[in-house]
Write a protein that binds this ligand. Structure first.
Ligand code: DC
Length: 219
């Protein structure tokens, strides 16, 4: 059984996917973490964000895999667990640019398909329903307004003391910029698969969204 959850940043995909997977006893695969690990590798190699040729070359020497510890996905980059290093703004920015590179996508998509072949998964990302698992039994396109996503991100950063003087408006602007990049890139742009269920979480709680998806599975 394969469940695909796609949508823009901040729609709540990872929280929801994790809960749905736990409730079904499936593995939750966070594909964004793989693009982030690759971005970290490119940053470490000193490759420029606008140098697609060097990125394509460098990515060949990045061995990315995942393993699970206490049910939590860990991303391994050339033998090093980098899970705690991939959530910075710098990595987010690089991942948003380098994930448009077709050579990088090809490498990570094949890893994702292999994982889904081995076991039942709930996989989240941008192109899971459209490209990675077009034959998924259930596809969800989870979204929320840019304002609501910015508010969630603002709250999360404030709680961590990581706001660094950033305003809600600045966060909203960067979310809109990232959406634009993810939706207009040539390779595997973020879009709703024709057979995906649209779930707008703007006015829904985490529990309500999880229940709505489980209802789609159980009927
Ligand atoms: O979901 P996230 O923010 O962790 O994803 C990081 C970046 O990777 C984001 O810019 C979108 C990109 N991404 C992608 O292109 N395809 C995926 N399947 C998952 C993430």
């Amino acid at each position: 059984m394969k469940i695909a959850i796609d949508g823009p940043a901040g729609a709540g995909k990872s929280t929801i996917a994790r809960r749905v997977a736990a409730s079904l006893g499936y593995i939750y695969v966070d594909t964004g973490a793989m693009y982030r690990a690759m971005a970290l590798y490119l940053l470490r190699c000193g490759v420029a964000a606008d140098d697609a040729g060097s990125q394509a070359k460098a990515c060949r020497s990045a061995d990315i895999s995942i393993r699970f510890e206490g049910g939590e996905q860990q991303v391994i980059l050339n033998g090093e667990n980098v899970s705690a290093l991939i959530r910075s703004e710098e990595v987010s920015r690089m991942a948003s640019v380098s994930s448009a590179n077709p050579v990088i996508r090809e490498k990570l998509v094949s890893l994702q398909r292999k994982l889904a072949d081995e076991t039942s998964v709930v996989m989240d990302g941008r192109d899971i329903g459209t490209v990675v698992l077009p034959d998924a039994e259930l596809k969800i396109y989870l979204t929320a307004s840019a304002r609501v996503r910015a508010e969630r991100r603002f709250k999360e950063m404030a709680e961590k003391g990581a706001l660094d003087g950033k305003t809600l408006e600045e966060i909203e602007a960067s979310i809109i910029e990232r959406d634009e990049r993810d939706m207009t890139r040539e390779t595997s742009p973020l879009r709703r698969a024709d057979d995906a269920h649209l779930v707008d979480s703007s006015a829904m709680t985490i529990e309500e969204v999880t229940a709505a998806i489980l209802e789609l599975i159980h009927g």
